[in-house]
Design a protein around this ligand. Structure first.
Ligand SMILES: [Zn+2]
Ligand SMILES: [Zn+2]
Length: 352
């Protein structure tokens, strides 16, 4: 067992950390490991924020440990590489997503599915294999094994690429795997409209899909249709709208991160339709079986994507200039990062 005070943890770093589950962040001085043989050290330029950060900061999933430095959609520029690094050099623009390590020897790892490795390590809030905490991207520098680093192309701009490393791959992977990525099939993708939902709509549109947004809130209609470019909009508690849409959808990507009923969504699916859950509500969802049997429907889950697919996703995004709306703030001791957390909790973290 190694502690962060041991010799290899010599790089002084600064970040913002939650010290408990109150939801408040404060400045945090800590150390990162020195650049090891296969490591890439980089200066963090941008880091996204999403609802998973809030779940972690507030310990809503029940496994957070403190201090916790959030942030898992991170882009930056390489400042140092270890002697056995092959893919990157100093000055390269790179990114790190939701994971920083896995066992590298199980079947999942062998099949480019490190995200499903039983020993995967979360970028933020996880515990590294040496027992030290994994501190996320709300910090000035990061160190990561090159296998868990991706190359970020010139486009999209770096600040746009950052949230794609979480939300982009979370949408891209299930659309591909479940065959919901073919515009010729008139596949429709339906999402909730939170932080992940916004990126999902943009990304699904960039993939050429028809997108219907379902939301509890009718006042998101204009935002969904005009600003995000969705093709249609449904209010989930409007019985007549939902009734009219029944049996019309090939696929649903459910990004809602709070507890919600599944049956109304299942009813929207065609025969053989697929409901893929990518949000992670802290409470269990109820799954009545009968509506599934009636249409050979599938309810599935999906969690980010492997490293190979994450690189593929960002390369796909390279020429999609309007993928994400972002606004950003500097990471500095004098600038209160809590503003971003509060805005996200209030679901207002959108560029105007
Ligand atoms: Zn593994
Ligand atoms: Zn995220």
């Amino acid at each position: 067992m190694v502690s962060s005070t041991d010799n290899q943890y010599t790089k002084k770093a600064f970040g913002w950390a939650a010290r408990d589950s109150t939801g408040h962040l404060s400045p945090f001085d800590f150390s990162r490991r020195k650049t090891e043989e296969k490591d890439v050290t980089f200066k963090v330029l941008y880091c996204g924020i999403c609802h998973s950060d809030i779940h972690m900061i507030k310990n809503e999933w029940g496994f957070s440990t403190y201090p916790l430095v959030p942030g898992h959609g991170i882009v930056g520029v390489v400042t140092e590489v270890g002697p056995r690094v092959q893919k990157f050099k100093v000055g390269d623009k790179i990114g790190v997503g939701f994971m920083v390590a896995s066992c590298r020897s199980c079947d999942n790892c062998a099949n480019n599915l490190e995200n499903y490795c039983p020993r995967w390590i979360l970028t933020s809030g996880g515990k590294c294999h040496d027992g030290t905490p994994a501190y996320g991207g709300y910090s000035n520098i990061m160190v990561a094994d090159e296998h868990f680093v991706i190359r970020v192309p010139e486009n999209p701009p770096l600040e746009v690429a950052a949230p794609l490393l979480c939300a982009g791959i979370t949408i891209y992977s299930p659309l591909k795997y479940f065959g919901l990525d073919k515009p010729s099939m008139h596949v429709r993708v339906v999402v909730g409209l939170g932080g992940l939902g916004h990126v999902a709509v943009k990304f699904a549109k960039a993939m050429g899909l028809k997108v219907t947004v379902i939301s509890t809130s009718p006042n998101k209609r204009e935002e969904a249709l005009t600003r995000l470019g969705a093709d249609s909009f449904l209010v989930s508690h409007d019985q007549s709208e939902m009734q009219a849409a029944m049996g019309k959808l090939d696929g649903i990507v459910d990004t809602v991160s709070a507890a919600h009923p599944l049956v109304p969504l299942i009813r929207l699916l065609k025969t053989d339709g697929k409901l893929v859950i990518v949000g992670a509500p802290e409470k269990a969802l109820e799954l009545p079986v009968f509506p599934l049997l009636m249409g050979r429907k599938v309810v599935a889950g999906s969690k980010i994507g492997g490293m190979k697919e994450t690189q593929e996703m960002i390369d796909f995004a390279a020429n999609k200039h309007k993928l994400s709306m972002v606004k950003h703030t500097l990471l500095d001791k004098s600038i209160d990062c809590n503003a971003a957390v509060v805005l996200l909790i209030e679901k207002k973290y959108l560029a105007k």
